[in-house]
Design a protein around this ligand. Sequence first.
Ligand code: HEM
Length: 417
Amino acid sequence: MTNSTDLTLEQCGQSFLTGAMFTDEHHFHAVTTKLRKESPVHWVEHPDFNPFWVLTKHADVLDVELHPNEFLNAPRAILGNKEADSMREMQGHLVKSLVQMDDPEHRNHRNLTADWFLPKNLATLDGRLKELADRYIDKMVAMGGQCDFASDIAMQYPLYVILAILGLPESDYNRMLRLTQELFGAEDDEFKRDDDALASILQTVADFVAYFDALTEDRRTNPTSDLASVIANGMVNGEPIGHKEQLGYYIIAATAGHDTTSNAMGGAMKALIENPDQLARLQANPSLMTVAVDEMIRWTSPVKHFMRTATVDYEIRGTTIKAGQDVLLSYWAANRDEDVFDDPFKFDIGRAPNKHLAFGFGVHYCLGAMLARMELKALFGALLPRLKSIELAGTPQLTKSTFVSGVKHLPIRYEIV
Ligand code: HEM
């Protein structure tokens, strides 16, 4: 692939403002390779957006992640235009989840469910994940050798897992699938409800609120051992957690636990098809699966960014980020940094060590990282031994979104035994 672009540095920075750049991975990598080389700490200005710095180097993203007192998640955890920023200031966050909190609030709320995501607890899920993975491979067989792997398999399996963990009935799964796609794909023509991205998000959030309020009511009256019961009955400093925080928890579990892993799976399958030597290597050496899964996650980096706001003047690579200014952490760009990864544009299922930042780092490090790895391992662990052949049966399409994105359509033809 070529990593060159004719765009000016200013245009490269502005590419971060719309989802279009994320629908073309070669373009994204050309733009961010140029930024890493020529302007790694890059200031972006646009009349419709509050300005911000873009960081594309691994060391700089890590530096910010490791300084949570100097760089806060509040008030601007995710990139939006001025209209979205001022709505948020007026109303507070529509819902408040861990990614919008800072310590001590963040620590207190994270502790509520942290135990749920510990390896010893998740280990009990392993059998269930394998069973589900087999079910989806059987579905591929039943589909007769052709499917859209992204929407038929990758979008559904992680949703099933996370909703099962939350304790929701199977009859509600399709509704949740649509809502999470609408929330993350508010900019994407296929997923958005309304031409106005903000109006789309507001409508979707209202639907989530109605659904989860009813769930809380139920789990308060009839607590079970599911994650929804932990959230519904959660206490912080001796008080029940607030309504906004509670909703934020449900939504982050249902959304962060879904689209992210789906995008990793769809993108990983695409990478395996495009790199048949790596597919054959993994099939011949199943013990590489644990290492391969991290390469799949580095390669796809489904969460494209989070943002932080500086509390003090802070120098990065000789440039001063002033107190009050915002920085965008480009995980996908950092995960192709030539200073950290040998041959960063090679999909190498044996890559070790693999110090990717796709799960972030530090106090906000992805709570579901272990679960996500287990899901990928279960799915590809079940599929690859039965996979005789596989090829693209059409052109893959990527989601138009600046936040969580990846392959939304992956038509494939395959033989499974
Ligand atoms: C491949 C799949 C996934 C990727 C790439 C991913 C990525 C991320 C990233 C980049 C962050 C922010 C980290 C930071 O700011 O340093 C995050 C946070 C989070 N993720 Fe994931 N995630 C994935 C799967 C999951 C799953 C399966 C869950 C399960 C519920 C989950 C739940 C969360 C939660 C709750 C947070 C907020 C943590 C905090 O702010 O303390 N994620 N994730």
